[in-house]
Design a protein around this ligand. Sequence first.
Ligand SMILES: [Zn+2]
Length: 146
Amino acid sequence: MNAQVSINESVLELTSDGPRLKGMRCKNCGNHVFPYQGGCPKCTGSDVEPVLLGTHGTLWAWTIQGFPPKAPPYLGETDPDKFKPYGVGYVELPGEVKVEARLTESDPTRLKIGMAMDLTLVPLCKDDDGNDMVTFAFSPSTKGDA
Ligand SMILES: [Zn+2]
């Protein structure tokens, strides 16, 4: 089995316990931001720390991406004939932040606002060594409500 490589290590860390998103927590007001940034947009404080965000949340809003996105540079399938639509949504991590992410589910009849979601990985392409380059996504939870 080939190794998995994070497509962007500044936002996605592959830990032994599974994928984690790298966010920021403000020590002044408790605000969470994803991805990490060096200052708090809420209180403008700079006393912030990097945190690994939760992996379980609820679907807050979603849509279906029906064509290959143009920007930022997209590493998945760009041939419109081979492209498969996928869900995109905001998942609210309780007590933390809403994260915009790809969804593993692309059937609109199976997506519902407020449903429980889990963080997972999806392969985008291979690197030069044959490793899977992966990005993060949320899938309908198998663990029940958030
Ligand atoms: Zn703050």
